[in-house]
Design a protein around this ligand. Structure first.
Ligand SMILES: Cc1ncc(COP(=O)(O)O)c(C=O)c1O
Length: 457
């Protein structure tokens, strides 16, 4: 029938490029995004799945009735599974246990056998998802280990597909590509093709903090490697598929907090529902954009869909457990100190109780920080003074050092208001420091006043 695609594989690619309308509008450049979740498997990895399989068939590495094995954080698995289902291959996927439950369930839905392995082990550790895949490839007869990290058909898929597609869609008007780097296949394939078309086109890679690429690019030495929550990008070894970073013009870093913040802003402000590596790519583009040329056309590759992260990037409990929850209260304690007025009342340890009581009365305050040599040595509170004088454990003529309290927490001016609620669950008093200087004392009523004023506005 006219207009019908031969099979699902023919729907891969030709994904839309969309202009951002709210995010980054303050920047000199024009920001666009390419939505790879328009692929049938909801990610850019559909493009490499079919190419890696067909090239392996051509080489005779993959034979009819064979089993495809791959180590994947999920998306390449789906790309391979879609092609394998239409071509009649079995699939076995080995994944790091940090991936979302949706991704595991997604692969099992395609009939795949899924094995999860510890994330926080060295790549060459026998328990790692790379090593387990390699071992399975020796144990399972008539199997083909795809190994997207060392497989040059990964960047080839982007050199043949994604690169030409971007060139045609943009009529060659694209100036800069910003994208997350995982295996690096996307940046190497797109980069090679677009630079053949226009050597001035820039490729900017985005690397999670905790991955090695940033350091390698900017200094030859890997950045300190540690686990992070962004999924699909970053690495702790140098894959062949990234072709020695040679097609990259710059690499910028993205923190987990930035990636998850922009992932949520993208759907709320632009209606674009994606995963954490997309938020990371956008965070990187916004950093790059600050120094971009006026009207420079910057295209951000957004590799996958948010449906794969409902239990994570879009789950308030998970975000809170991982310190990524959106601050309920905007601002810092500096806002409260400013509202109270900056001249803080203090006493010295020799000051007499009666003088400090007089000071409290005069200034309408209930606590006074006590300093010695500029250092905070304690705090005098109304309630301690009252019980002290009533029980005669202290006399009006005594020095206040006799009734000092240390029941307070120390906070810097930049402490987010969001954490102050928890602080006041632990202590009634917070002494705020501006560098070494005592900037003020905060109690629950200061926060309540701030909140009610906020609500009144
Ligand atoms: C969600 C996501 N984003 C980005 C990437 C990075 O793409 P590449 O491996 O081509 O660098 C991947 C790769 O697995 C991914 O799954």
């Amino acid at each position: 029938m006219k207009g019908a695609k031969k099979n699902i594989l023919e729907t891969i690619g030709d994904t839309p490029i969309v202009a951002l309308t709210k995010i980054g509008q303050e920047l000199p450049c024009n920001l666009f995004v390419k939505l790879e979740y328009f692929n049938p498997g909801l990610s850019i990895k559909d493009r490499i799945g079919i190419v890696m399989i067909e090239e392996a068939e051509k080489r005779g590495d993959l034979k009819p009735g064979g089993t495809i094995i791959e180590s994947t954080s999920g998306n390449t698995g789906v790309g391979l599974a879609i092609a394998a289902c239409t071509k009649g291959y079995r699939v076995v996927f080995v994944m790091p246990d940090k991936v979302s439950i949706e991704k595991v369930a997604n692969l099992r839905a395609f009939g795949a056998k899924v094995i999860t392995c510890p994330t926080a082990v060295e790549p060459d550790d026998p328990r790692s998802y790379y090593s387990v895949s390699k071992r399975l490839a020796t144990e399972i007869p008539n199997s083909f280990y795809c190994n997207q990290y060392q497989n040059q058909d990964n960047p080839l898929a982007h050199y043949r597909g994604t690169g030409p597609e971007i060139w045609e869609q943009t009529g060659g008007e694209v100036d800069t590509i910003v994208l997350g780097i995982g295996t690096g296949g996307t940046c190497a394939g797109i980069g090679k093709y677009l630079k053949e078309k226009n050597p001035d086109i820039k490729i900017v890679g985005v690397d999670p903090v905790g991955s090695m690429y940033y350091g390698v690019f900017h200094g030859g030495q890997p950045s300190p490697v540690h686990t992070y929550l962004i999924e699909g990008i970053g690495e702790d070894f140098m894959p062949a598929s990234i072709q020695e970073l040679k097609y990259l013009d710059d690499v910028v870093q993205a923190e987990d907090s930035e990636a998850y913040f922009w992932t949520r802003e993208l759907v709320r402000l632009e209606g674009i529902f994606t995963g954490s590596s997309c938020g990371a790519a956008l965070a990187g583009a916004l950093k790059y954009g600050k120094t971009a040329r006026k009207n420079e056309n910057v295209l951000v590759i957004l590799p996958d869909s948010g449906v794969k992260y409902l239990s994570k990037a879009y789950n308030e409990d998970w975000l809170r457990e991982n310190g990524l929850a959106e601050p309920k209260l905007a601002g810092t304690v500096a806002d409260l100190i400013t509202r109270k007025g900056r001249d803080v009342v203090t006493a010295s340890r020799e000051d007499k109780v009666q003088d400090v009581v007089h000071l409290m009365h005069e200034r309408g305050i209930s606590q006074v920080p006590v300093l010695a040599g500029g250092e905070l040595v304690g705090i005098v509170t109304e309630s301690d003074l009252l019980s002290g004088l009533c029980t005669s454990s202290v006399d009006a003529a005594d020095a206040v050092e006799k009734i000092l309290s240390t029941r307070y927490v120390r906070l810097p001016m930049e402490e987010p208001l969001d954490t102050l609620v928890d602080t006041f669950n632990r202590s009634n008093l917070a002494v705020v420091f501006d560098g070494e200087r005592v900037a003020g004392v905060l109690t629950k009523i200061d926060l309540l006043t701030h909140l009610t004023e906020k609500i009144r506005q």
